[in-house]
Design a protein around this ligand. Sequence first.
Ligand SMILES: [Zn+2]
Length: 89
Amino acid sequence: MTKDDQGALSLFVGIARPPERSKRCDLYRKVLAAVIVHEATHLAGGSEAAAREAELQFFGALVAKGLVSREDGLRYLDLLRQRPRQNDD
Ligand SMILES: [Zn+2]
């Protein structure tokens, strides 16, 4: 996480590719990256709704770029959208 001259926070979450990877392990690493985006949004002061939206946008971009299989990606995005609402949503 970095802060610019005006104090705005930005986050880069990179996903390193291991030399040998299984499809399932690769999916879990990308889900973990999305969870990190969610938690980083909270650290930057974001609400639960904002953190969920950031997580959805991040993981949706991975699916759109073909970095996650469409079947697995859409299933995970459905799970994210079906989470029960929180008090601060
Ligand atoms: Zn949260």
